[in-house]
Design a protein around this ligand. Structure first.
Ligand SMILES: C[S@@+](CC[C@H](N)C(=O)[O-])C[C@H]1O[C@@H](n2cnc3c(N)ncnc32)[C@H](O)[C@@H]1O
Length: 269
């Protein structure tokens, strides 16, 4: 959506919302989070959209299960992520947030990469101070983490790591990843912390992807904060944001809000 049109529409909606806050406060509280997430999806100044179909690397993509019952990413997001994988042909992938390993398996079967994936099992989690109920519900026992990929041949290329991404020692992996996927705790401070680690994990060239951008408010806010210092794109019609180092992004245009940093890392295509 054109930025100006989005801003006008959203401005109009917000005026009604604030009126509601006085006239119907209960409805206001119920609808607020939903409205905020819709606004984030449509309007994220400083982060330009890139069409997934503009990315090179067309070719067969293997998806194992489309019925949506296995957790992990929605098919549209998974497809976009795997288009990036097909395009970049990464040799080392680092995923922060394994869950049942559905996405991990797809990263492996659609590449020849060694896939490192980190998750925080309940056994190591302590009291999860600061986590919301939704975030706590995503944390599982060690034997449940990665259950999806365990029966697959690609399992040999998947390296399961356990620990809290805020305290984990990433040093052995720094500077070596071609693709980093951030999809662990979705709270602002955790996303910022995982992003800092992801920038360290990247090698001379590669990409970082954030899942749940434009879907979960804290992830969107964290990406918008990072976009003040470095270029981040939204993969249109998905919940993925992308940063590229040393790689040209096809179809990208300069961001609209004028906050492109003077020395950004991405080479515009
Ligand atoms: C949304 S799920 C990951 C989904 C997975 N990437 C996929 O697409 O199938 C989030 C995962 O992050 C893990 N997690 C939460 N906090 C974490 C932390 N501090 N460090 C590492 N992993 C964490 C949870 O245990 C959960 O498995």
């Amino acid at each position: 959506m054109d930025v100006l049109r989005a801003a006008t529409t959203i401005g109009r909606v917000w005026r009604h919302v604030f009126l509601d806050a006085f006239l119907a406060p209960r409805r206001f509280r119920r609808l607020m989070p939903e409205l905020r997430s819709i606004c984030d999806a449509e309007y994220h100044p400083g982060i330009a959209d890139v069409a997934v179909f503009d990315l090179p690397g067309k070719g067969p993509i293997q998806i194992l299960d489309l019925d949506g019952s296995r957790g992990g990413m929605y098919s549209d997001d998974l497809y976009a992520l795997l288009r990036v994988v097909r395009w970049l042909k990464p040799r080392r992938i680092f995923e922060i947030g394994t869950y049942n390993g559905f996405t991990t398996a797809h990263l492996a079967i659609n590449s020849e990469a060694e896939v490192y994936t980190l998750d925080l099992p309940l056994e190591l989690a302590g009291d999860l101070a600061g986590y919301t109920v939704d975030e706590k519900n995503l944390v599982h026992r060690k034997d449940q983490i990665g259950s999806f990929y365990r029966g697959l041949d690609v399992r040999e290329r998947i390296h399961q790591l356990f620990g809290d991404s805020r305290t984990f020692n990433f040093a052995p992996y720094c500077g070596s990843a071609d693709l980093v996927l951030i999809d662990a705790c979705h709270l602002y401070d955790w996303v910022i912390s995982d992003s800092d680690r992801a920038f360290q994990l990247l090698g001379e060239s590669g990409v970082i992807l954030w899942h749940d951008f434009a879907s979960i408010a804290d992830v969107t806010r964290a990406c918008m904060h990072l976009a003040k210092k470095t270029l981040i794109f939204h993969l249109q019609a998905t919940w993925l944001a992308l940063h590229a180092r040393g790689i040209s992004i096809p179809g990208s245009r300069p961001v609209a809000s004028g906050n492109v940093p003077a020395s950004h890392e991405t080479v515009l295509g």
